[in-house]
Every structure is written in structure tokens, then in C-alpha cells.
Design a protein around this ligand. Structure first.
Ligand SMILES: *Cc1c(COP(=O)(O)O)cnc(C)c1O
Length: 368
């Protein structure tokens, strides 16, 4: 059996849209796509009057090199959110199939499933936020076509050991595709599981330029998977998903100079994460700082709602994660610049009443 047998039969059978750029490119006089012959104002050699390449080879190859896979195993989309959506639409029949997730985890898996009317099977993380491989496998009914595993997990920050990923992917062979979301892996000490896609056709890995590569605004996410899965998803993807300016920004980020800069920022975030975890651990009102391998910390407070409001009054916005199971007393705080982190620490180390004075006396709220 092939992993494609898990996908929707009608998707495998359908005739994909054939765009002008797919049918012919490379001519010198392009009169086949109803584009304007004139570049728009402010276009500095981007040629935005022309539709972009659906999957620009230079970007696909740069990402394949970066992630250590072949170009045929790469699909680039509008953030990894798009890849999540494409996977759910290609593998889950509405009203029949399901995905499996381990809450508390990233919300988009369930959102994409609900849009597709696919059921969401939940297997909560253990009390210490580790993933229970046997419990996940026990919950995988024949309806479950996709199992999402987030490592490091958002919002808890924990890594899933590679041995657990391998045990899952082996046990799921012929039953479901294992989708490992490594949005934050650059901030951890763990290697990516991407090299394993050569061994397991039912393994897919999500990567993104949104976090460690400072390009959240450009929306560049990557799915790494068996080339048959990649080819299937290309059939249902939007015709021109990658705007030319975004591709240019991504290529610049992946250049040698861009990589040096990204590595320096990752090192700073890791240092600051350690400092923040230590300092927050001693701050008044903090119950616990969960260990994190990502660029954020989940922090439990005696009164998380009050801390959230105090921070907000000072112009500091953190993520309220109290609605997530097992995190009813927690906030998720992104590791910022050293100066931004100092502001958080200063505020939390002040008695509550003084916090307001601090808020009024700072220009923080105007910085957004
Ligand atoms: C931020 C995030 C993403 C989304 O990344 P985009 O590439 O910006 O769509 C995916 N997965 C997790 C776990 C995230 O936290």
C-alpha cells in the first residue's frame, strides 16, 4: 500500500487547475496570462506585473538545502498554516475522517479540521506535558488519517523525543500520516526529524520562516514529505501562493548574511530564555515556569488574569492561555529583545500598586 491510499480518492482523481505560468514560461514576450505589460510604481526589479512562479526553484532549493531534504520533498506555502489546511483537505473526507491531536497544543490543527468537518480526536498530554505514545496509538481509529505532533509544543514549550516520533511513525504505517510540526525547532537542541522522511513514507514535517527566521510577515512555511504527498498537495494548492516580494525576502533571509543574522538572533533568544526562566522563577506571584525549548515561556501565576491586565496596562501584550486544558493559571510570554524582557521583569518585580505608575511613566504603549 502507498501512503496516497490514505488520501481522499476524489483528490487523487481530480484534474488540477492548470495556470498560464505552469503551461509555459521562459518566453521573452509574455502574452498568455492577461498580465499588465508595465511594472507597478515602486517595483524595484520584482516584476510584480507578472504572476509569480508557483514554486520558485531558487527558494525550493534553498529550503531543501536548509532542511536537508531533496527539492521534490518540499512544498512551500503561505505559512505552515496553509500546509496544515492542505493536508486536512487532501486526507480527510468531510463527515467521515478525523485528525488526532494532543492538547494543550497549537490551535490551527483543530480549526482546519472543523472547517473540513473532520472529527478531532484528542489525547491530552500527561500532567507533566509529555506525550503518551501508547495513548495516542490507542486513540487512532480507522477514521484518523492525520496525527499532528508539535515539537517543541506550543504553548507548553516541551520537546517530543525523537524515539517517540519514530515509534509513532512506525506504528502508524499504513494507517495514518504523522505530521510533526517543528515551527520552533531552531530554538532547541534537538535535531529535526526531517531526514526520516526518506525512511517513512507516512511522515511529514512542518517548518516555517515565521519564528527563528524573523519572517512572520512574509508568510513562508514549508511542508517536507514523501514526494508523492507533495505532488498530491500541489494539485489542490492555490495557483500562485507565493507573492514575489515575499519570495525575495525569503531568499535574502536564507543568504549567507541572512543565516549569520538568524543564528545570532537565535543565540540571543536562547540566552534570554534562560535568563527569563530564572528571573521569573523568583518573581512574586509566579508559581512555575515550564521548561521551554522554544522562543516563549509558559508561566503559571497565582493570579494570571491580574498579571495579564497589569502587563497590558503597561503596554505589554502576552498571550492568555488560560482557556487551554491544564493551563488555567498560565500566560505564554514570548522571549523578546533583552530590553523588552527587562520591562516584563521590572513590572513583575514591583508591588502591584506601583505597576500603574510605571505604566503611566513609560512610552511603551506607543511603541506597538
Ligand atoms: C506559529 C506556528 C505555526 C504557524 O506558522 P506560519 O508558518 O506562520 O503559518 C505553526 N505551528 C506552530 C506550532 C506555531 O506555533
Amino acid at each position: 500500500m502507498s501512503v496516497l491510499d490514505l488520501a481522499r480518492a476524489e483528490i487523487r482523481a481530480m484534474q488540477p487547475y492548470s495556470s498560464a505560468r505552469m503551461e509555459a514560461s521562459g518566453g521573452r514576450v509574455m502574452l498568455n496570462a492577461n498580465e499588465s505589460a508595465w511594472a507597478p510604481p515602486g517595483d524595484h526589479e520584482l516584476a510584480c506585473n507578472r504572476y509569480p512562479d508557483p514554486q520558485p526553484a531558487a527558494l525550493v532549493e534553498a529550503l531543501a538545502r536548509l532542511y536537508g531534504v531533496r527539492a521534490s520533498q518540499v512544498l512551500v506555502g503561505r505559512g505552515s498554516d496553509e500546509a496544515i489546511d492542505l493536508l486536512v483537505r487532501a486526507f480527510c473526507r468531510a463527515g467521515e475522517d478525523a485528525i488526532a491531536i494532543q492538547p494543550p497544543t497549537f490551535g490551527m490543527y483543530a480549526v482546519s479540521a472543523r472547517i473540513q468537518n473532520a472529527e478531532v480526536v484528542t489525547v491530552p498530554l500527561a500532567a507533566d506535558f509529555t506525550l503518551d505514545v501508547d495513548a495516542v496509538l490507542g486513540a487512532v481509529t480507522p477514521a484518523v488519517k492525520l496525527v499532528f505532533v508539535c515539537t517543541p509544543n506550543n504553548p507548553t514549550g516541551q520537546l517530543v523525543p525523537q524515539a517517540d516520533v519514530e515509534r509513532l511513525v512506525q506504528a502508524l504505517a499504513g494507517r495514518a500520516l504523522l505530521v510533526v510540526d517543528e515551527a520552533y525547532i531552531e530554538f532547541s537542541d534537538a535535531p529535526s526529524v526531517a531526514p526520516l522522511i526518506d525512511r517513512y513514507e507516512n511522515l511529514a514535517v512542518l517548518r516555517t520562516l515565521s519564528k527563528a527566521w524573523a519572517l512572520a510577515g512574509a508568510r513562508i512555511g514549508t511542508l517536507l514529505a514523501n514526494e508523492e504527498v507533495i505532488a498530491l498537495l500541489k494539485r489542490i494548492m492555490a495557483p500562485y501562493p507565493l507573492p514575489r516580494p515575499c519570495v525575495a525576502l525569503a531568499l535574502e533571509a536564507l543568504s549567507e548574511a541572512g543565516q549569520v543574522s538568524a543564528r545570532a538572533h537565535i543565540a540571543t533568544v536562547r540566552d534570554e530564555r534562560g535568563r527569563m526562566a530564572r528571573m521569573l522563577g523568583h518573581a512574586p506571584g509566579v508559581r512555575e515556569v515550564l521548561p521551554s525549548a522554544a522562543n516563549f515561556l509558559a508561566v503559571r501565576f497565582d493570579d494570571a488574569a491580574a498579571v495579564y491586565q497589569r502587563l497590558l496596562d503597561a503596554g505589554i501584550v502576552v498571550r492568555d492561555v488560560r482557556r487551554y486544558p491544564q493551563l488555567g493559571d498560565a500566560l505564554r510570554i514570548t522571549v523578546g529583545s533583552p530590553d523588552e524582557n527587562d520591562r516584563v521583569l521590572d513590572l513583575l518585580n514591583q508591588p502591584a500598586a506601583e505597576g500603574r505608575t510605571f505604566a503611566e511613566g513609560t512610552a511603551m504603549g506607543k511603541q506597538a
